[in-house]
Design a protein around this ligand. Sequence first.
Ligand code: PAF
Length: 284
Amino acid sequence: MQIITTKKDLQAAVKVCKNEGKTIGLVPTMGALHQGHASLVQKAVEENDVCFVSVFVNPTQFNNKEDLAKYPRNIERDAELLSSIGADFVFAPTPEEMYSEEELNTTFAFDFAGLDKVMEGKMRPGHFNGVVQVVSRLFYLVQPDKAYFGEKDFQQLAIIHHMVERSSMAGTFGNLQIVDCPIIREDSGLALSSRNERLSDSEKLTALAISKTLFDSLKWAKSASVSEVQQRVIDTINAVPGLEVEYYEIVDQSTLLPTNTFHHAIGCVTVYCGPVRLIDNIKY
Ligand code: PAF
C-alpha cells in the first residue's frame, strides 16, 4: 500500500492505473477509521482492480472550529487497518495541499435543489458546501469507476447522488457509480462512528437508547401516525438523562422533505450525548 500526500502524485498513480485499463474504487474518509469504514473499503477492494482511500479531515465542512479541532486523527492506525484490508493507495493531503487559501476561506457555491435546507443542512450551515467541495475534487482527481459512502450520513449520500446526477449531465464524472453501504452497528445496536471515540464508557451505554428507540419505532409505526411516532421517539430519547435530541425528522428518502406516510420514509436523528453530537437513522 502506498501513502500519497500530493495531488500531483495522486494523479500520476491514477494515470498508471488508467493506462493499465484497471477499474478504480474510491472510499472518501476523514480517518479515525472503524469497522464501518472497513466494510466500505472491503467492498471497494472486492469490486474494483484498484482501491484508493482518502484520509482527510476536511476543514471546509466544519461550521464549528472546536468540532474540527477535536475531530479524532490517527493516520498510523488508519494506515495499518487499510493495509490489512488490501487498499492499494491512501491519499492523505494537508488542507493547504488540497485547497488554495481563497478556497479555504470562502464557502463553495452549489445548487442543492433544497436538499441542504433540512436536518444537517439547517443545523450546520455551510457543512454540505464543504462536503460537495471535497468530494467533487476527489472525484476529479481520482476519476473513480465506483465511490463508496455509508448510509449513516443519509443526507450526505442523497446530496452526493444529486451532485453526480447533475454533473453527469455535463459529463464531468463519466460513468461514476455511487455505492450506498448500510450502517454498521456494534452488537449493542450503536451505529459505528468516529465520534464514538469521544464517548466515555458510561456515555456509550447511555447512547444505546438512541438505536434502541429507533428500532422500537418500527413497531410503533404499525399503529401510529408519522407525527405520533416522531414525537414518541423524541420524548423517549429525551427522557434518558444525558441525551438531548437536536432533531428527529421522518422524511421521504429521495426528497428529504417531511412526509406523512411511512412509505419510502426514513427517520433521521441527531442527539447530543454529553458534548458529543451523534447521528443515526432508520428506514421504515
Ligand atoms: O463522511 C465523511 O467522512 C465525510 O463527509 C467525507 C464524505 C469523507 C467528505 O469529507
